[in-house]
Design a protein around this ligand. Sequence first.
Ligand SMILES: Cc1cc2nc3c(=O)[nH]c(=O)nc-3n(C[C@H](O)[C@H](O)[C@H](O)COP(=O)(O)OP(=O)(O)OC[C@H]3O[C@@H](n4cnc5c(N)ncnc54)[C@H](O)[C@@H]3O)c2cc1C
Ligand code: SF4
Length: 566
Amino acid sequence: MSVRPADYPAPWSASDAIAPPTDPVDERIDVGVAIVGAGPAGLAAAIRLGQLMEEDPATAERLGEVPVAVLEKGKAPGSHLLSGAVVNPRALQVLFRGRKRVDEMPFAGMVHGESVLFLTKRRAIPIPTPPTMVNDRNFVVSLSQLGRWLSEEAESLGATVLPETAATQLLVDGGRVVGVRTGDRGRGRGGEEQANFEPGSDIAARVTILAEGTQGTLTSAALSRFGLASEQPQVWALGVKEVWRVAKPLDRVIHTMGWPLRAGKKYREFGGSFIYPVGDDMVTIGMVVGLDYRDAALSVHDLLQELKTHPSVRRILDGGERLQWGAKTIPEGGFVALPKRFHAPGLLLCGDGVGLVNVPALKGIHYAVESGRLAAEAAWKSFARGASSRESLASYDESLRKSWLWNDLREVRNMRQAFGRGFYVGGALASAMTVTKGNFPPRDLPTERDAEQSLISTSRASSYPAADGKLTFDKLSSVFASGNRTRDDQPNHIRIAKRVPREVAELWTNMCPAHVYEVPDGAVGADGLVEVQIAPSNCVQCGAITAKGGRLTPPEGGSGPEYTLT
Ligand SMILES: Cc1cc2nc3c(=O)[nH]c(=O)nc-3n(C[C@H](O)[C@H](O)[C@H](O)COP(=O)(O)OP(=O)(O)OC[C@H]3O[C@@H](n4cnc5c(N)ncnc54)[C@H](O)[C@@H]3O)c2cc1C
Ligand code: SF4
């Protein structure tokens, strides 16, 4: 009998993340715009709002003492940001037009050369760079560092950035979003109040912008509550990356395809690696794999370790030292999985939360920035005297659809879906899609949910390299390298079915890059199921569990990884 993670759903529903305001009116924190998430989307929104406040102080005055608040669950802005990252500067140039030049932004350098390699176990065969992957005039950046810089810019323009603050519920009153509720802090594992307990609060906002990034809990609840989701489901990839100090500079950005992934259609392994120079003395290296894969033994973390043993990759890292490690998912459904609408009463949605990612180009940062900027302009319109909030917020959808972002995503609309048919067929279809700029095929290819893939079990794990602590690392030392210092007695923020078939338990155990899940040996019960043990404090909030049947919910603010270089 085939086993699918979707048949063992998490005990979670969208209504868990939606509530009416409960704090007495005089205890609510009133803000003009509440932005959830200090990533490129949320911070671009805060910066644009700050610029508009400068230009129109009278309207800013009407937004009260805190006109713009940005809530971020990470310890500091940037703590939870992880990306490749080669960034297209286009959207940042528009955002900062006339205020900041590209050479004032915290980029590590311009891309001066690039290679795409097809790997076999021992060889690296150069192939022409597909047009979607060309990075001419783009810049390498640490998203974590860019996030810190954008956060400072937002604050200098009047935004209040609140780190260590997780938004746990969307406040909805009379069919309208009226703000968010922040999570409690200082509870024990069983939910009991500890000495340092601080209750969450209602943050009442005239407009709420959700910029939660991948797997956003409130975003997912809003899509469901307001009927915004696309007919086609969203799907994700998991990226695991490391930052290395290296002995010799890398002179180009490198992408690889092929090994260590398997091409066979039955495995559904789609992905590749990226290796980017970060200045002269650092390199960032990562492996990205679509979460529609089927083999319960697959571990993206271990595939990255295996990749580093390839002669062509090992050469780049020789004499170097690993500085940081991290993991995060990427929405990969593309154009066909975009929501029907990007707004609801009192609410705007942007960035990765709604899947604004160009999968073949591995780009999302400039789309996040552009969507944040456009969301800010729509919110601002609604503050004009006599303006209709409904029409103003609806204008956000119109601006998105008219923007270059929409065109970019439309041109690659079915690419990810094509690779569900295997590497070679997918590659051929993708070429036809590139040539016709998205007009082929005439009808969209169907997307299959990650959690609905039936599982297979292979001996793949036996070929992962052992950790040597120099080139290759195990998961626990990697969690340490993410800076994660979450206390062990925090409430569990992972929702999974308690008893599942062994295949599902093994899938979660191997998939999770942070060693959160464990299946005790010989633990099969009379029902034929096993009980998964979990260590939630290891979690780096990558979101993969949500794609494969469970649910990551916002943990206590300030917990999780503390990235600085990713
Ligand atoms: C491995 C990898 C490689 C990539 N490479 C590239 C690349 O080279 N170039 C490129 O352009 N793009 C790349 N991307 C994609 C890019 O990183 C994303 O598209 C981009 O970061 C999306 O920005 P965002 O602001 O929407 O979300 P995010 O960057 O994810 O930021 C969201 C923020 O919201 C916070 N948050 C979430 N929920 C809550 C909550 N409930 N309460 C409070 N705070 C919350 C998070 O902690 C986070 O700080 C890559 C992604 C990955 C994972
Ligand atoms: S438990 Fe955390 S780190 Fe592990 S897969 Fe789930 S979200 Fe990612």
